[in-house]
Each structure stands twice: as structure tokens, then as C-alpha cells.
Design a protein around this ligand. Structure first.
Ligand code: SF4
Length: 323
């Protein structure tokens, strides 16, 4: 017999999230905050000054395709049954999603290839290993006792600073669950990683502020008590270390601290970014933004080989022989 949907879940599903009017509103996201925090000048070039460079990558193709596949699996697991979820042709979903996403990036990349058949096949095989692991262990990661799936790709659109009305924070929550016995919401963010997160990632305040901000904004947007919201990174590993003392799992679960202190810190991070870059009418502040050169920042920067836009990469190259 189908479970009766809890009233609170119906209320959450009824919430209508405002649309962003791109002609009028400025849209900011967690990834903008992340770029600004690493190098304000890089954020300015990309989001303010119009030097947006399209950068296709096999990692992005794989990440999107695996999200689609896992979200389909979880939807069937919670809305039908584990047997039905395990009967899904998830291999095909992954393959089709990777093909579609690759095509999409290839078109946007002026029909220039950015990967090859061998690399695509390797990522696909890694994805199959992750899917098979989740199929086998789904009971350990996804309990159905008292738990409901609220939704996948749930939208968030709100004003982070009330008196800057044109600047809207936008984001999507990968997977949201509700646990009826404890009246708890759990927000899961799926990450694709080569070998998982290390201590450096887990202690990175900017990185973990993504879910902390999502928690705060979910509470505001969906009118749910913030103290009853849990957040967790569900990190999928493409590769496992061989021959370690303990066998590695394909999935790493990480719950960042998300209490009051962390929420205030993440809120401050976001507000500092907005106040430094936008006027109160939502237009950009046009002052020069700080450059923050370092090996880790510049190595993956799309402007590193364009000295007219930023000349700092040369300094970094001269300083670090390994770079
Ligand atoms: S090259 Fe380095 S300093 Fe320059 S914009 Fe990129 S990250 Fe910033």
C-alpha cells in the first residue's frame, strides 16, 4: 500500500519559486561566490566585464550525466520500489546523458572536440562502477523507513540582501528528503570526484558554505524550521586507491558543520561579495578588483594566458618551478 504523503510535504511542493528576469535581475550563484573568493579579478572579468569564456570539460559532462542517472534512480526508489529502481537501465541513461551533454558542449565549443573516445569510455566505465555500487548498497545509504523524497533539482531563488532588490541568489538542490518521525529535511548535494575529498576540501570554508547557504535559503524559501534541516555531501569516487589498509568505498558522505556560527560566517561571506560588487540599485560597482595570484588559483584560470586581461600568471610561473 502506498504511504500517505505528510501534509508538510504537500505544503513544500506547493511553494512557487519566483522566476529570475534576466533582463532586469542580476543572478548570483554559489559558483560565483566561489570564484570571487578565490580571485575577485577573475570574477570581474567573467561576470561583470563580459569576458565569459566557454570551457567544456569531460568532468562537467560526466558530472551532469551522473546526476541525471542517480536522480532518476532515487526517484524510482522512493516513488516505486528498490526492485523497480534496480531494474532501470541506468547504464543506458548514463550513456545517453553523456552523449547529449557532450554534443551540447561540442556545439557551444564551435564544434571543436575537447575529449576523445578513450577518455569518454573510461569515464563511462567509472560511472557504471559507481552505479553498481549504489545498487548493491542502496539500503545502507537510502533508508525508506519514515523517509520521503521531496524532490530533485529543487529551485532556490531569493534576495540575499533585502535592500539590494535586483540581486537574486539562484541555485538548485540536487536531492531533498523528508523524515517524518523527526520532522527533518535532509539536503543532499551529489559531487563527482576522482578520489574523494581530503581534509583540505572538508576544512575549506568557501567550499562547504554552499550547503550551509542552501540550508539557510531552503528554510526561508520553503518556510521550514532551520534547526530541523540537515545537509550532506554525497561524494562519488571515480577511482579507488588500490592496496590500502582498508578497502575504499565508492561513496564518501560528509556532513559539514552547519550550526549558527557557520551559517553566520557563510552569510557574511556572501554579503561581503555582494556589497563589494553591487550598488544598492543592483548595478555593478566598476572599481578595480583585487587580483589574487597563486598556483592553485591561476592554474585553472581561463585568463591565465591573456596578459591583456591579467598579467599575474607570469609571476606565478616564475615563482613556482613545478607550475
Ligand atoms: S590569472 Fe590568476 S590572478 Fe589573474 S585573474 Fe586568473 S586567477 Fe586571478
Amino acid at each position: 500500500m502506498a504511504k500517505k504523503t505528510p501534509q508538510i510535504l504537500k505544503e513544500i511542493k506547493k511553494v512557487s519559486v519566483p522566476e529570475i528576469n534576466y533582463a532586469f535581475n542580476k543572478n548570483i550563484s554559489y559558483s560565483q561566490l566561489s570564484i570571487y573568493s578565490s580571485c575577485p579579478h577573475r570574477w570581474g572579468l567573467r561576470y561583470r566585464d563580459g569576458y565569459k569564456v566557454f570551457e567544456p570539460s569531460i568532468h562537467a559532462v560526466f558530472g551532469t550525466a551522473l546526476h541525471t542517472t542517480l536522480q532518476e534512480y532515487l526517484t524510482v526508489l522512493y516513488e516505486k520500489s528498490k526492485a523497480a529502481a534496480n531494474r532501470l537501465d541506468s547504464e543506458n541513461t548514463l550513456k545517453n546523458s553523456m552523449r547529449d551533454e557532450y554534443q551540447n558542449f561540442y556545439d557551444k565549443n564551435k564544434k571543436i572536440h575537447f575529449s576523445n573516445a578513450a577518455e569518454l569510455a573510461e569515464f563511462y566505465e567509472d560511472g557504471i562502477n559507481i552505479i553498481n555500487y549504489i545498487r548493491k548498497k542502496s539500503g545502507a545509504y537510502f533508508s525508506k523507513r519514515g523517509w520521503y523524497l521531496v524532490g530533485c533539482e529543487m529551485p532556490l531563488v531569493l534576495k540575499p540582501i533585502k535592500n539590494i532588490s535586483n540581486v537574486l541568489f539562484g541555485g538548485f538542490l540536487d536531492v531533498v528528503f523528508y523524515h517524518e518521525p523527526t520532522n527533518t529535511i535532509k539536503i543532499l548535494d551529489i559531487k563527482t570526484s576522482t578520489r574523494g575529498w581530503g581534509d583540505k576540501d572538508k576544512k575549506d570554508d568557501v567550499k562547504t558554505s554552499q550547503l550551509v547557504l542552501y540550508k539557510k535559503f531552503f528554510a526561508e524559501q520553503y518556510n521550514f524550521p532551520i534547526d530541523n534541516i540537515e545537509v550532506e555531501y554525497f561524494i562519488t569516487r571515480r577511482k579507488l586507491y588500490e592496496g590500502g589498509e582498508f578497502p575504499q568505498k565508492r561513496i564518501q558522505e560528509f556532513k559539514p558543520s552547519s550550526g549558527k556560527v557557520k551559517i553566520n560566517k557563510s552569510t557574511q561571506l556572501l554579503e561581503t561579495f555582494i556589497n563589494n560588487t553591487f550598488n544598492s540599485d543592483g548595478t555593478f560597482k566598476m572599481h578595480e578588483l583585487e587580483k589574487n595570484p597563486s598556483a592553485s588559483n591561476c592554474r585553472f584560470c581561463q585568463y591565465k594566458n591573456n596578459p591583456n586581461l591579467c598579467n599575474k600568471n607570469e609571476e606565478v610561473k616564475n615563482k613556482f618551478s613545478f607550475y
